[in-house]
Design a binder for this molecule. Sequence first.
Ligand code: SF4
Length: 321
Amino acid sequence: MNNLLVVNDLTKKYSQGNVLARVTITAVDGISFYIKPAEIFTLAGESGCGKTTTAKVVLGFEEPTSGTILHNGKLQTPKEKVWITEGVQAIFQDPFSTFNPLRTVDRYFFETVQNLKLAVSKGQAIELIDQKLRLVGLTYKEFAGKYPNEFSGGQLQRISIARALLSNPSLLIADEPVSMVDASLRMSIVNLFKNLRDTLGVSILYITHDLATAYYVSDRIAIMFRGNIVEMGTVEQVLMNPRHPYSKLLRDSIPQADPAKRWTTTVTLSELEQEEYLRQGCKFAGRCPDVMDICKGVVPADLDVDGVLVKCHLYSDTQTT
Ligand code: SF4
């Protein structure tokens, strides 16, 4: 089966500072991954790892410095970005900022139906809107004529997912979609993603710092650190038996007892984010419990360890391909 999305050697650099002290940060550093049809693929890592920048570049909101993005075999160009070519929709972190508080939410739906010419009459539009709302557990009757503040964060996130579904997308790009939703409702949203994958065959690029929901929802996962994918494989391979020291640290930070009560990892953000981005050799060397001399000067290669991509010198002698 052909891959739905192929990201190849993607790099995104930014300049920071002023004329006298300008530094270039490689926010995304030559990463490659693919997403199959009807698959949930997760990019996970702490804040500042490059996962949201990757999503923005894939969506075409930012230009890549280098690398290619193919959607359905078609190359993304400055004119033809995946989100304006057919079948890709984005879901953002804060559902309240998606909708203007002074407009009823149904107006957004009617506008989308009209702009994309999805119905020829108001009755047909209502039927289509109701159909998409039912996929997320709501109905047209419940939402018609209401303003964003009449819904909870969880309901509003469901509504933005229903709106994204209007055009029958093949890929949803969801950037931290549950981080602003009440903890008690997060599972219902991630369950919804699994349902959409299974019933509609839609693929999802799930971006998160939360390994507990990532474990629950993902088919495959890539762990990012300072612009690199440091480990990538099936979710069982990566989270049940992590190989990279950073993946182990993240995995161990998931609360073990009653994970339903707590969904965020407890990794402390590094104060030295910029220093880590600029570090020679392995970017995790400053925090790694297994650091070796070679790590401080030589960038580790992407190694295949039992079918899992691992970017770490510890596995140089055990490479299988
Ligand atoms: Fe640690 Fe070295 Fe592996 Fe980096 S390459 S994760 S510093 S052992």
